[in-house]
Structure formats: C-alpha cells, structure tokens
Design a protein around this ligand. Structure first.
Ligand SMILES: [Zn+2]
Length: 393
C-alpha cells in the first residue's frame, strides 16, 4: 500500500466535519489563572510549567500558537501575551473555527454559572450548539425547591420531562457521586420515596454530603435516586452519557471503571435507551468490551485525547479494539477555554489518520473503507445515535 493512500486518508480526515458529542461551555473572559486551571484536571494548576511541560502543553504550543499568529512552539510567556493582546473572543473565534467542529452537544453541569451562553458560543464557533441535561443537576434543583421527600418525588417527573423537551440527551455523573458499581434493579416507588425522604431531611438539617457550608446547593450522592434517574432516562429511549474513567479528583478512579456498571448495562439492554460511556481512559478496553457485547453501548475517548498530546494515538487505537466501529464517537470534553476544543479536534484527526493509516499500510485496508470508518467516528455515528442531523448537507 502506497504512502499515497495514507496521504489520501489523512486529507479526507482533515476535511471531515466533526460532531463534538460531549463538550462544555467556555469562560467568557478567562484570566491567565483561569486558563491554566482549565488546562488541568487538578483543582488548580500548580505552575505554568506543570501545564506546559506536558503532552497537552506541547500540543498547545505546536497547534494553537500559529492560530494566534505565533510560530509553532512559541514560549508559554509569548503565548499568554498573544492571548492577552487578541482578547478572549478573538482567541475563541480563531480556535473554535479552526477545529472544524460543526456541532457541539454541551453539558452545562460543571460550573454553569461561570460559562457563556450557548448562543454566544455558537456565534463565536459558527457552529450549532445543542444541550445535554445532567440528571443529578435537575434532581438537585428540584430538591432545593421542595420542602419534603414527597414533594421532591412529585416535582421530579415534570422537571425531567421539561428538561427532555430542551435536550438531545441526558448525562449522569454517578461515577463522581456513588461510583458505577450500581445495583442493577430498577428502584421501586417506595424505595425512591424513602431515599428522597432521607436526602431531603439531611439537606434541610444542613448535614448534606457537601457539608453545611454548601447546604444552599444540595448534592445528590444517593445511589437509589441516581439509579432511578438512569432507569427513567433509558426507559424513555433516551441517550444517556455516563462519565467513566479519569477526570478531576472529585471521583474515585477505581469506582469509575465502566465494567463496574456491567450488571446495570445488562439489565437495561431491552429498554430502548442507549448508553454512551464518556472519556473511559484508562478503562477504554473495558468500555470497548461492553460495547462489543451490548448493542446499546457506545464509547468515546474524549478528554484523554486532548490531554495525551503526542500519545493520543494510544486511546484512539484502543477505541478500535473491541467496540464495533459504528459505536465509537468523537468528543473534545473541552471545558472553559477554546484551546481544549482545538486540541481535542486536532489531536483526534492526527491520531485517527495515523492509526487508520497504519491499517491501510500494514493490513491492506482499502483507503475508502478506512475513510468511511473515520467519518463514522467524526460525525455519522453521532447523528445515528442521537437521531438528528447535526451537519449541514
Ligand atoms: Zn465533560
């Protein structure tokens, strides 16, 4: 197989529109500290060197610097200075548009108070923005408005239906709250009511899980209520995004292994709902196996791709291990700053071209077939999963 075929594949991947099926909003005017914090999963960046002397940092200097008018691998100081000169909107416009992302599915569950409105992001990106509703956030809002467990249960259904009318999918952060090792059974109404009574009483006593200081905003950690939300979403035939694998220190990494959820995945196979495991690293192979044996399971390696930089090939390759290719999805999982959007897209395109190019060069795959598989991950699989046209014809 010729280098020419690999070149044709790389060019086709370069031109493909992307559907970012899991991202977050952007900070409207990030300070330098905000930028550095948004480029790490630690609560705060320990130092400029920690952020820039990393796979992501080298990728940022290589790929983002030229879009800000600097040479590739400009110094961190030069990059930060160029960012200040151009201003947040111009930086966002340049990086978002260079990503080639045509549509974003935005989960506003993480610090939505800090992030810009969807319309502003859509305008800067010249792309469509759709909404993913986070189940725990809806339940927490309903609990804050309810004076008892009974009132919470009565209000929850209508609140979920109202969210469903606006959103293209739901998301759960069970991994952060109680771990993915959930009892597979659908909780009974009595079980949900009794869990709601306990949660409501504990929040009202100011002894919520997050502590008295945070009592103004309830925090859902109860596995019965979380299971109830998961079953509700899947039984209505929705797509449920499930955080799996690494993220910030708010989760227990071992408890975020998607294999922990095997029993619940099996129990919900006949519901008509679909499960999309997000991020997955370092459990990409476990998620791929779940997708292999359960037809309602999808996998995504967003977040890891951007952070891994020059090593991003490893997770893109693992995503092609056992999962049927039609159930592998692209996302950036960018939060806060447009650098993460650009890097998610740029590094995925490069990694996909190298990994699939290797299949062409070393395993004789027809280049058109490799292109078709890349196009599925880039946007077609997402359109099929969510049942929507995201990309202009
Ligand atoms: Zn996310």
């Amino acid at each position: 197989m010729s280098a020419d075929a690999e070149q044709r594949l790389a060019e086709a991947i370069e031109r493909m529109p992307l559907v970012d099926h899991h991202a977050h909003g952007l900070l409207p005017d990030p300070t330098e500290a905000d930028l550095l914090d948004a480029l790490t999963q630690a609560e705060h960046a320990a130092s400029v060197a920690d952020v820039f002397d990393s796979g992501q940092g080298f990728a940022l200097r290589r790929h983002c610097a030229p879009l800000l008018g600097l040479p590739s691998f400009a110094s961190p100081a030069a990059y930060l200075a160029a960012r200040r000169t151009l201003g947040a909107d111009e930086v966002a416009r340049r990086l978002l548009r260079a990503s080639g992302i045509a549509a974003y599915l935005v989960d506003d569950g993480h610090r939505p108070d800090l992030l810009m409105a969807d319309e502003r992001m859509a305008r800067l990106a010249d792309a469509r923005v759709h909404r993913v509703a986070r189940l725990e956030t809806i339940a927490e809002r309903v609990l804050a408005e309810s004076s008892s467990g009974g009132e919470f249960v009565a209000r929850l259904g209508p609140a979920l239906e109202a969210a469903a009318a606006e959103a293209v999918a739901f998301k759960t952060v069970a991994a952060h709250r109680c771990g993915l090792g959930l009892d597979p059974a659908r909780p009974t109404a009595v079980e949900v009511r009794s869990a709601a009574d306990v949660w409501s009483a504990s929040e009202r006593a100011g002894a919520g899980d997050a502590g008295p200081a945070a009592s103004a905003r309830p925090r859902l950690t109860d596995p019965t209520i979380i299971r109830h939300l998961i079953w509700w979403a899947l039984e209505r035939g929705a797509v449920l995004q499930v955080h799996a694998g690494f993220g910030d220190a708010d989760l227990v990494l071992e408890a975020s292994n998607p294999a922990r959820m095997q029993a619940l995945v099996a129990a919900t196979a006949g519901t008509g709902g679909r499960i999309a495991f997000l991020h997955c690293s370092p459990f990409v192979r476990e998620a791929g196996w779940l997708a292999h044996v359960f037809p309602h399971v999808f996998v995504d390696v967003g977040l890891a791709v951007g952070f891994l930089g020059a090593n991003a090939d490893s997770v893109v390759r693992e995503a092609f291990d056992l999962a049927p290719f039609s159930r592998v999805l692209f996302s950036s999982d960018a939060w806060g700053v447009p650098e993460r959007v650009l890097l998610g897209a740029r590094l995925w395109r490069d990694a996909a071209a190298r990994v699939l190019g290797g299949y062409v060069a070393d395993h004789g795959w027809p280049v058109d077939e490799a292109t078709r598989i890349a196009e599925g991950v880039a946007w077609r699989n997402a359109e099929r999963l969510y049942g929507r046209r995201f990309v202009e014809a």
